[in-house]
Design a protein around this ligand. Structure first.
Ligand SMILES: Cc1cc2nc3c(=O)[nH]c(=O)nc-3n(C[C@H](O)[C@H](O)[C@H](O)COP(=O)(O)OP(=O)(O)OC[C@H]3O[C@@H](n4cnc5c(N)ncnc54)[C@H](O)[C@@H]3O)c2cc1C
Length: 445
């Protein structure tokens, strides 16, 4: 029976657009997007792509490989059950980084200045202007518009799956004229997770249900809801990308490099509560959640600020007036409402060392910059159970024919909790599984 398209993709973020671009080599692809006006997480992200063993790393004299990348991720996630999926996306990463640069003309450089906890070598790749995920989205959309076999339909959410009791045969979508059925040989769910669905968060990740949500509003968990209805398995549902450097009262974030530039963090009593450099920003979110008032203060000095201020996140925080500069200890303590004597002792006892810039190993000196920070959830990292080829599976491990999932719609690679997230895992799961699924479907045609 002829179908409306070989492949229907639900969602036009990194996962969906990558899958569509690769799948279109095998036939007609229709991409349904809920709303580009509201955007996707990819667009709101920093756009940093983790990849091990790339040409850009080799040119910078950095020895890395997909195997080493996978080892780092698994050590942080503590989820050996995901090893096959992790190895598959790590193997895909250097290939799609080359594809982005060579075939799509996407500007990328190695972020030598972007160390992250748990990453044994620098492997985040970013656009040179540090423009963030919107640059990546622009590249992928532009590439889709040049492919005749891809039809991109915006402001048209999928509202359910067509399922004949055995296989998925298409989707139902809501157009302005009403609901339509669209048939396809294969459906790819790439519509992210449930970060903006309080009911699903209460059920699966109650810690995050009342936290600040810094992700996109369209993440309603549609893939999980539809998948459960037809018997799909779910995995790692308590995992999410948290953030511990959300500026309280503003919702902007600080540059995650700050701890590596010599910044320190104190609690409401003016005391340090962790080794700043040992925490990924997702794990840090959990530490801050457990502090009184669920907040802490980040303090940094002029040498750190001079470097940190050039990031997209910091530019947004500066524009929002999200932190202040303090000339001396008494204005710092008074401005933040911290006890001056304890804060003074903490600052006296802290040695600012930096892995990133040449700065004297010394006490932080005024003027200081500081902000109250809190925790938040950016995106969920659990979802539909998939194998290493992106097929959606039932709990017993058998595939549901005709259905694939990628990115935030599918189970991620960060283990069962927010503590297992390694920087770059979100886009790795999105682009990596999108690439694998798209290549599989593209070569099937
Ligand atoms: C602030 C922030 C910063 C981040 N920084 C990074 C980073 O630097 N590096 C990194 O690796 N990860 C980062 N992440 C995580 C990363 O952005 C996500 O994990 C990744 O973008 C998910 O990609 P996706 O394609 O699965 O989902 P998305 O990019 O969210 O795309 C999903 C799309 O599906 C659409 N959609 C939803 N429901 C439907 C429906 N029913 N019908 C049709 N369309 C639908 C949505 O509108 C959206 O356009 C960050 C996330 C946030 C929020």
């Amino acid at each position: 029976m002829s179908t409306d398209a070989e492949v229907v993709v639900v969602g036009a973020g990194a996962a969906g657009m990558t899958a569509a671009l690769r799948a279109a080599r095998g036939g007609r692809v229709i991409v349904f997007e809920k709303s580009t006006r509201h955007g996707c997480n990819t667009q709101y992200s920093s756009g940093s792509l983790a990849a091990g063993g790339t040409r850009l790393q080799a040119e910078a004299g950095i020895e890395d490989s997909p195997e080493r990348h996978a080892r780092d991720i698994l050590a942080a996630s503590g989820d050996p059950g995901a090893a096959a999926l992790v190895r598959a996306v790590c193997a895909a990463a250097p290939r799609y980084v080359d594809w982005l640069v060579d075939e799509l003309g996407h500007p990328l450089e190695l972020g030598i200045d972007m160390p992250r906890a748990g990453q044994s070598v620098p492997r985040l790749h970013t656009d040179p202007g540090r423009g963030g995920g919107k640059v990546l989205v622009r590249t992928l959309r532009h590439a889709m518009s040049a492919v005749a076999d891809i039809t991109f339909v915006d402001e048209t959410p999928a509202v359910g799956l067509r399922y004949d009791g055995t296989r998925v045969t298409g989707v139902r979508v809501r157009e302005h004229t009403g609901e339509q059925e669209v048939t396809a040989d294969d459906v790819v769910l790439a519509c992210d997770g449930y970060g903006n669905n309080p009911d699903l968060l209460r059920r699966f990740a109650p810690d995050a249900a009342t936290a600040f949500h810094g992700g996109v509003s369209t993440s309603h968990g549609d893939a999980v809801i539809w998948g459960e209805r037809i018997g799909a398995g779910l995995r790692n549902m308590g995992a999410y990308l948290g953030h511990g450097q959300v500026v309280a009262g503003h919702g902007t974030r600080l540059n995650p490099n700050l701890p590596f530039l010599g910044a320190l963090m104190v609690d409401g009593d003016g005391r340090r509560f962790c080794d700043e450099k040992a925490q990924g920003y997702s794990r840090l979110g959990g530490l801050i959640r457990r502090l009184p008032g669920e907040r802490a203060v980040m303090i940094w000095d002029e040498p750190a600020h001079e470097v940190a201020r050039h990031s997209e996140l910091m530019r947004e925080s500066i524009e929002a007036g999200a932190f202040r500069r303090y000339a001396d200890l008494s204005s710092l303590a008074g401005g933040l409402g911290l006890p001056e004597d304890t804060l003074g002792r903490t600052l006296d006892g802290f040695v600012a060392a930096s892995d990133l810039v040449k700065r004297p190993v010394e006490r932080l000196r005024p003027p200081w910059y500081a902000a109250w920070i809190t925790h938040g959830i950016l995106t969920t990292q659990g979802g539909l159970l998939i194998d290493a080829e992106g097929h959606v599976l039932r709990p017993d491990g058998t595939p549901i024919p005709g259905l694939s999932a990628a990115g935030g719609a599918a189970t991620g690679i960060s283990g069962p909790s927010p503590d297992g997230y390694s920087s770059g895992n979100g886009l790795l799961a999105a682009m990596g599984v999108g690439w694998i699924v798209g290549n599989r479907l593209g070569s099937a045609g």
